[in-house]
Ligand binder design. Structure first.
Ligand code: SF4
Ligand code: FE
Length: 490
């Protein structure tokens, strides 16, 4: 059963998820002005799936049940599916100009599905069966799952078992007959508060000494012992201002990250997908990271489309659209954005079937994709800020523009003065000009920067993580042979 966006929001109210912000427990987090935009954003992934226009991208036929499901819960069955995933993400980015948060779960489903198959094959365990049952439940109920990977990691020079505080990587504290007790935390978890479930994976490849840290499992977001501390964003308290609108830039949508704590949480055996088989931690990490690095060739491109549109509008509103350097900057932004899309499509086209049957992206190309995402959005933002002008960060508030406090000698209000001095091309109102500059501020520097600029750098792994994979996948010895053959070296 596919839920609507409204049904999704209502379903969150039934959860007893423990959320903390500014040092206090938030009881009604579903309606909290700082959290609400991220919930609206996720609701878009439900509403678009209801729209016949987008059915081909937003929905798929379940490989488990044969039923129609949201593509965010799908196991990719072909390269075509992988490409549709990227296109779906571009679409959602265009509609929200933000991180819509549902991809981490989708990427985790596909990584855990294929990895558990191979663990069972080697060890005779039943993780794959557990996972298929779990995913069937998720698909049938159209739930959101936070795919959680990043541990706090403590001292980066030390392995998990060497940390002074053993909880700095999430670990198995106790193995019981009916399940396991886990302890630790996952950092900057995208969409964790508004997910129904959490699917946990290890964060790095592990050796035998780190066996207790090689764990994958699923829990409900409101399971006993789970709680979340909201990660604040730049300009976030603007959302708490009375009648906030223009100053928000993007009133309706936003991303969300939180610290998710597991305070001795019990996980029943049927929800465990890896428990001590440390030699498979690396495979799970690599596959999840690969999928998520592909994802950025979709979502960031969709947000990029909005930035390019906003920059072009800012040029129109400033009266600068005809300047040749402005036109050239828009071309450059488009070129960079479409290059990212090319990478997302390329690693999908070169996808291949795993032993379990679902499709995995080409790892080298997905890492190249994400490496470019750590750079081009910065250049796109630089060009957008160049075109927009400094006003996007110096403009008075919406309240000033609407104020009727008299300040001028001829009875002009603060609003009159702001509107007089910030008027530009006659084709637009001063308010529309403000709106577009505030949107750029929001994406480039404000709340949505978490989903565009800085997240382009660190999300799905920081730049160095991709360079390690590129080194591993680059096949330099084969390239040396090519050079030797041409040069006549025996
Ligand atoms: Fe999806 Fe992009 Fe957000 Fe990751 S950053 S969850 S890929 S929208
Ligand atoms: Fe992300």
């Amino acid at each position: 059963m596919l839920m609507t966006g409204t049904e999704y929001i209502e379903s969150l109210r039934k959860l007893n998820t423990r959320v903390y912000m500014f040092g206090e427990k938030i009881e009604n987090w579903v309606d909290h002005p700082m959290i609400k935009p991220s919930i609206n954003c996720l609701a878009v992934t439900y509403d678009l799936a209801q729209d016949p226009e987008y059915a081909d991208l937003m929905t798929a036929k379940s490989s488990i049940t044969g039923e129609k499901i949201n593509r965010f819960a799908h196991l990719h069955q072909s390269s075509e599916d992988l490409k549709k995933k990227v296109k779906m993400q571009r679409l959602c980015g265009q509609k929200t100009a933000s991180c819509f948060q549902r991809c981490v779960g989708m990427d985790a489903f596909n990584a855990v599905f294929s990895t558990t198959f191979e663990i069972d094959e080697k060890y005779g365990t039943h993780y794959h069966e557990n996972f298929v049952k779990y995913l069937k439940y998720i698909q049938e109920n159209d739930l959101v799952v936070d795919g959680a990977m990043t541990d706090p990691k403590g001292d980066r020079a030390l392995a998990p078992h060497q940390q002074k505080d053993p909880d700095l990587f999430l670990r198995i504290k106790e193995v019981r007959e009916d399940g396991i007790i886990v302890r630790g935390a996952k950092c900057h978890q995208t969409g964790s508060i508004n997910s129904h479930e959490h699917l946990i994976m290890p964060t790095i490849a592990m050796k035998e000494e780190d066996k207790a840290y090689a764990v994958s499992f699923a829990v409900e977001s409101d399971a006993e012992g789970v709680y979340m501390i909201y990660g604040r964003q730049s300009c976030d308290t603007r959302k708490m201002e009375e009648n906030a609108d223009v100053d928000l830039g993007n009133k309706q949508f936003g991303g969300q990250e939180a610290l998710v704590v597991f305070d001795d949480v019990f996980v029943p055996n049927e929800r465990v997908f890896l428990c001590g088989e440390y030699d498979f931690a690396g495979m799970m990490v690599e596959r999840f990271a690969g999928y998520h690095r592909q994802s950025y060739g979709g979502c960031k491109v969709g947000v990029g489309d909005v930035i390019i549109g906003a920059a072009a509008l800012a040029a129109d509103y400033n009266g600068a659209a005809k300047a040749s350097h402005v036109k050239d900057k828009i071309i450059e932004m488009t070129h960079l954005n479409e290059t990212l899309y090319c990478c997302g499509i390329a690693c999908s086209t070169e996808g291949y079937a795993t032993k379990a049957g679902n499709y995995q992206i080409d790892l080298l190309l997905a890492n190249v994709c994400k490496q470019n995402v750590t750079r081009y959005p910065y250049e796109i933002v630089r060009l957008a800020e160049d075109i927009a002008g400094g006003l996007m960060v110096t403009m008075p508030s919406e309240k000033d523009f609407k104020s009727d406090t008299v300040v001028g000698k001829e009875g002009e209000t603060i609003g009159d003065i702001c509107n007089k001095y910030f008027a530009a091309a006659p084709t637009c109102s001063t308010e529309d000009r403000m709106r577009i500059l505030r949107l750029l501020e929001n994406i480039c520097l404000g709340s949505s920067a978490v989903g565009y600029r800085t997240e382009s750098l660190h999300g799905a792994g920081s730049p160095q993580a991709q360079r390690i994979m590129i080194a591993r996948q680059g096949n330099i010895s084969e390239k040396k042979e090519l050079a030797k053959a041409i040069a006549g070296i025996k």
